[in-house]
Design a protein around this ligand. Structure first.
Ligand code: ZN
Length: 143
């Protein structure tokens, strides 16, 4: 039986190697740059809204496998959600990384993003995993 951590690693590798979410967005409504100087990760997030719904999202940039995969998986998770839903999922993701989740069922709404759960064991990588989520949170709060 494949270990759960292996499955998580597979998801992260798949997204970091060839992300279909890594592109320029036509007619983006908002754009925000995120930077993690500790590692050299830099991403530009673009978002297209339709009313209150996240119609499309994409990113460009460069950085380590964790930062790139986390950005791509975040986009998959939040596309099609409302801004309010997205904010709640972002909050849950940040709480998961900081190990502040007490109710396990809360994690279900993270979908594949749950694969970053064990990143809290690697303090040097935490900022890489959080970069996209903090960047989007900032963008949604400004809007
Ligand atoms: Zn990094």
């Amino acid at each position: 039986m494949e270990d759960l951590n292996d499955i998580y690693n597979d998801i992260i590798m798949e997204h970091s190697m060839n992300s279909y979410n890594k592109k320029k967005l036509e007619n983006a409504d908002f754009c925000e740059i995120g930077h993690n100087p500790n590692c050299g990760d830099e991403i530009t997030l673009e978002i297209k809204l339709n009313g209150d719904k996240i119609e499309d999202m994409a990113f460009t940039g460069h950085g380590c496998a964790i930062s790139q995969a986390s950005t791509s998986i975040m986009i998959d998770t939040l596309k099609g959600k409302t801004v309010q839903e997205a904010k709640e999922i972002i909050k849950t993701f940040i709480e998961m990384i900081k190990r502040e989740i007490t109710d396990e069922s809360e994690l279900e709404k993270l979908e594949n993003a749950i694969c970053f759960r064990n990143i809290s064991h690697m303090p040097a990588r935490v900022k890489c995993a959080l970069l996209a989520w903090h960047t989007l949170e900032e963008m949604l709060n400004k809007k």
